[in-house]
Design a protein around this ligand. Structure first.
Ligand code: CO
Length: 398
């Protein structure tokens, strides 16, 4: 343990980010035990995180979640990717140690350095477990795991909070629990992004699917997502590839509560926002906020653009309402010419300087030099003549 004392937190973080399995295991224990150094370590690790797909696997006892998680881990490894598994048991008071079933699982993956498994039991108050789970997910993400699977035992409040840590929540149900679907819908049905009917070779799969579908038909998710209902037989690896595909393709939201992930996949292209030119933000909010029920995340005036801005999140991307403060402004002239309409589409790009260089070299019409916008991001506009008729804003987050 002496080497640990003499090693700085930054050095430990660097070793974890470089894939050092021993440093990872020790850091996990440190985070679970809330040692003095763990908070500093998490701060050092944060810049290394943000690439993993974090999936919560939840559902009632007996749904076969452990088997399903194991099958997913095999499929992930088969695809050449790495995975961390966090088995969270709010009902267990076991302190620090693994529950029996997980010891067996650990042996199954024992020789595989691409799989990291850790069991967690309840520690103190509700919310503490979610926090610890978020911190461990951050650790595994920073350690370069491609996937982090968070498995919870039941469908209570703890599970709902733990699910909030994940990018995508998978609710596992089984045939023969039609009434239970109704019973659990109050809690976790609303937060499920993907439904899985496991043990789908058992009688009653159709019944439970129609139960799920009827509950879903009543639900209105603010992000407009229609959760798919998939079928698996985890013991035979059936439907697992399709489930993994659905997990990987789920549109990721920004994880805010724990502060672990500020930005979804910065290294990829994504829609950042849609800019809509309006005569009056107040009038437009009557629709977006009043009638549609969306929330305003921020409002500001951008003096050099002579425009008032309201941002409304739509999952990850946002709608940007633009109201000119002066008719003699870009948005003001647009309104005079075209009326209220979609003004621009903003794409987040991995490397704005590289994109600008490529566009310049190919003769695309850039409307400005890359400059720093209100949110601290770099942006450039590309003329509709070059983009197929849409004013395109390219953005890179710092
Ligand atoms: Co914009």
């Amino acid at each position: 343990m002496l080497d640990r004392v003499s090693e700085t937190v930054a050095q430990i973080a660097a070793r974890i980010a470089a894939g050092d399995a021993r440093a990872l295991a020790r850091a996990a224990t440190s985070i679970e035990n809330r040692t003095a150094e763990s908070a500093a370590l998490l701060r050092q690790l944060t810049p290394h995180a943000g690439r993993a797909i974090v999936a919560g696997i939840t559902g009632p006892p007996g749904a076969g979640k452990s088997t399903l998680v194991d099958a997913l881990a095999r499929a992930i490894r088969h695809g050449g990717k790495t995975v961390g598994i966090l088995a969270v048991d709010p009902t267990s008071r076991v302190s620090g140690g693994a529950i029996l079933g997980d010891r067996i699982r650990m042996q199954a993956h024992h020789s595989d350095a691409g799989v990291f498994i850790r069991s967690m039991a309840t520690r103190g108050a509700v919310g503490g477990l979610a926090r610890a789970t978020a911190d461990l997910a951050l650790l595994l993400d920073a350690a370069g795991k491609d996937y982090v699977l968070i498995e919870t035992v039941g469908v209570g409040q703890d599970e709902v909070e733990v699910a909030g840590v994940a990018d995508v929540t998978v609710l596992v149900l089984v045939p023969g629990m039609g009434d239970d679907v109704q019973a659990i819908k109050a809690g976790i049905m609303e937060i499920a992004d993907i439904f899985v009917i496991n043990k789908a070779d058992y009688p009653g799969a159709d019944r439970v699917e129609s139960e799920i579908a009827s509950v879903l038909s009543l639900a209105h998710r603010p992000d407009g997502w229609q959760p798919p209902i998939l079928r698996t037989v985890a013991t035979e690896d059936k439907g697992i590839a399709e489930l993994l595909d659905a997990i990987a393709k789920f549109p990721r939201r920004t994880r805010g509560a724990s502060g672990t992930h500020q930005q979804a996949r910065p290294a990829e292209f994504a829609i950042d926002h849609l800019g809509i030119a309006v005569k009056s933000i107040e009038a437009a909010l009557g629709f977006y906020q009043g009638q549609l029920g969306m929330q305003v995340a921020s409002r500001e005036i951008v003096p050099h653009e002579k425009v008032n801005v309201a941002m409304l999140p739509v999952g990850g991307p946002r709608i940007e309402l633009l109201e000119p403060t002066d008719p003699d402004s870009v948005v003001g002239r647009f309104l005079a010419k075209r009326g209220e309409a979609l003004h621009h589409v903003a794409l987040r790009v991995p490397d704005l300087a590289a994109a600008v260089a490529r566009l310049r070299a190919s003769g695309a019409r850039l409307l400005n030099e890359p400059q720093t916008g209100a949110g601290g991001h770099l942006y450039v506009f590309v003329h509709p003549a070059s983009t197929g008729g849409v004013l395109l804003e390219l953005i890179e987050d710092k």
